[in-house]
Design a protein around this ligand. Sequence first.
Ligand SMILES: C[S@@+](CC[C@H](N)C(=O)[O-])C[C@H]1O[C@@H](n2cnc3c(N)ncnc32)[C@H](O)[C@@H]1O
Length: 241
Amino acid sequence: MAFNLFMVKVLLVKSLVSAETLAKQSRKPSGWLGKNILQPMFVKGNADLNQFILEQMAVQANDQILEVGFGPGELLFQLCQQNPSALFTGADFSPLMLQQATLRTQRFIKSGQLSLIEASSDNMPFDRFSFNQVACANTLYFWQPPEPHFKDVLRVLKSGGKFVMGFRTGEQIDRMQLHPTIFARYTTAEVESLLELAGFENITIQSRIGFPVDSFCAVAYKPSYKSMAESAKINHLSVKS
Ligand SMILES: C[S@@+](CC[C@H](N)C(=O)[O-])C[C@H]1O[C@@H](n2cnc3c(N)ncnc32)[C@H](O)[C@@H]1O
């Protein structure tokens, strides 16, 4: 029943709003449409993907965690509620999403467990080696090109830190008939190779059956000091021999 109602709403919105407006709003929600149409669509349509990300993160006590592109703030809400001894930060470049997520997560902001800022994920105002984990959902498509964003995520992660990124594949986006250029399309193999090229290691991508489409989640790690030192040693030896 809930499924049908959601799909009816999505079809109604698609018939009233152009694909370009919908895509621009998905990339950076603003105004009445962003608050009243896109926000509820994110909350309902991305709940399964956010749950998958949350489980993949397996947060530890005292972790320091960043979410980029937090949108309505649902994932941060769940994370704060389930992990009272971890500290969370969120960065999103939409002033509307910052306002809405602030309302949703007020009690965690007041207690000092969460702080939210307006910032773009390719130029974040955080020191390098700040976070154990970075999470991100449904934002990759809008990073055009994606490399500067992956580089900044890598920069702010601690040595050995974990990046958990939820996404829909290009095939799913095609099936949803989302805008051809505002939504960039990737296969899972392309996501893996983008992460590898950016400098991540131990990359895995898993999928899970979900609503309204299956969820995909990439987990990748920033190389630790130890592994960097070892590969430098190997390179040094191979240059010598
Ligand atoms: C499709 S929404 C997804 C929201 C939420 N993560 C979810 O899955 O429900 C994309 C979000 O990423 C944000 N975003 C897109 N590009 C961004 C960037 N370069 N830097 C920061 N936030 C960005 C948008 O403002 C929006 O809130």
